[in-house]
Design a protein around this ligand. Structure first.
Ligand code: APR
Ligand code: PHB
Length: 394
């Protein structure tokens, strides 16, 4: 088998890249180690920046968004028992975000790929990448007991944090920056109407909480929990009781509870690998970086990596120019570090840390108080939340 680009991983990054390359007439094959159902079962943040919506439109996978996406022009910060609205639209000259689950983005991409008749090898075992320090790299994997080889011009490592691509780079060629937070997020998905029409981010002395949503009838809630907690310690009733404890009286009264349809605990991490290009191998999305979910930057960062990578690969494959691929890593990393900073800052501001003490809580509350009462403070939060422009700082 031969193709222009082998894309390792059929998460949102890999599938979006495949779609953008297809639209431009560049051949690509996707190799994924899981089944499609497994890929779709992962529940992740669902707040899309305008820049991401633009890339989805370019890929032709925005048809369901006007009907099923929920435009949000603000969100609430809850601290010291009171809620304060951050008016995203008013503070950013009219910008907003779209609440639309990552699972739905992935489903739209899978359907578009299938409709176009493009090749995806699901359940590929022992995926390995070869010779990416040369112009003739290849990817091998085992499918139904048979070893397959795909020769290509480029490899796109879209295989997430635990993938094979970053792990295949020699240690001396890559630098990794990492911070692991001393708590996790316990998430619950429930078919209940959301407690509020917009998201509520909660700083409480009992720990962080988030009230989010997937639709007008499906809610997504999170609680900060110790990393040592297990799901069996959190039956639904215990989850709802603790959430109520972290909310303000009005939200507490409005909260509609019900059986959870998904429940999971996720660790929080800030991580960046530099650079993102190694010869003919390019990393994109979670394979290269992780943000803690506070602020929902993960999918948005993945979408902009993929936008830059598709532009670069199209230039290389069609126009035979290497200018784009030579700039790929630097261009992505500037944007990534800005989003890493915002996600780390917002996480640090909203969570209870084991060693922060009473003074730490007071200082967080004083900073939140400043942010919501200063227009400059609120604007800083808003412009980062809606996403910085693609060419910011260039
Ligand atoms: N071979 C083939 N596929 C692999 C391998 C491998 N060795 N290792 C991992 N994969 C697949 C995974 O099964 C997964 O489907 O790569 C895919 C990576 O998908 P994601 O982890 O969703 O990463 P990405 O597509 O970059 O999505 C970024 O996910 O975590 C969120 O916040 C993040 O929203 C962002 C988005
Ligand atoms: C979510 O809906 O899952 C979500 C929303 C906003 C966040 C994180 C997660 O900041």
């Amino acid at each position: 088998m031969r193709t222009n680009v082998v894309i390792v991983g059929a998460g949102p990054s890999g599938l979006l890249l495949g779609q953008l390359l297809f639209k431009a007439g560049v051949d690509a094959i996707v190799v994924e180690r899981q089944t499609p159902d497994y890929v779709l079962s992962r529940i992740r943040a669902g707040v899309l920046e305008q820049v991401t919506l633009d890339v989805l439109a370019q890929a032709g996978v925005d048809k369901r968004l006007p009907r099923d996406g929920l435009p949000h022009t603000g969100f609430d910060l809850l601290f010291k028992g009171e809620r304060h609205r951050i008016d995203l639209k008013g503070l950013t000259g009219g910008k907003k975000v779209m609440v639309y689950g990552q699972t739905e983005v992935t489903r739209d991409l899978m359907e578009a790929r299938e409709a176009a008749g493009l090749t995806t090898h699901y359940e590929a075992q022992s995926v390995q990448i070869h010779d990416f320090d040369s112009d003739h790299p290849s990817v091998t994997f085992i499918k139904d007991g048979v070893t397959q080889t795909i020769q290509c011009d480029f490899i796109a490592g879209c295989d997430g944090f635990h993938g094979v691509c970053r792990a295949s780079v020699p240690r001396q060629s890559i630098q990794e920056f990492e911070k692991v937070y001393p708590f996790g997020w316990l998430g619950v998905l429930a078919d209940t109407p959301p407690v509020h029409e917009e998201l509520i981010y909660v700083n409480s002395p009992r720990g962080f909480a988030l009230c989010s949503q997937r639709s007008r009838t499906r809610s997504r809630y999170y609680l900060q929990v110790p990393l040592t907690d297990h799901l069996d310690q959190w039956p639904d009733e215990a989850f709802w009781d603790e959430l109520r404890n972290r909310l303000d009286p009005e939200a507490r009264d409005h909260l509609v509870t019900g059986p959870s349809i998904e429940k999971s605990i996720a660790p929080l991490r800030s991580f960046v690998a530099e650079p993102m290009r190694f010869g003919t191998l390019f990393l994109a999305g979670d394979a290269a970086h992780i943000v803690p979910p506070t602020g929902a930057k993960g999918l948005n960062l993945a979408a902009t990596d993929v936008k830059f990578l598709s532009d670069a690969l199209i230039e290389a494959c069609i126009e035979k120019s290497h200018a784009g691929i030579d700039h790929y890593s630097k261009r992505c990393l500037a944007r990534i570090w800005r989003a890493e900073r915002f996600s780390w800052w917002f996480t640090s501001l909203m969570h209870r840390f084991p060693d922060q003490g009473e003074i730490g809580q007071k200082l967080q509350e004083a900073e939140l108080d400043y942010l919501v009462h200063s227009e400059a403070g609120s604007r800083t939060v808003a412009e980062n939340y809606v996403g910085l422009p693609l060419n910011f700082g260039e």
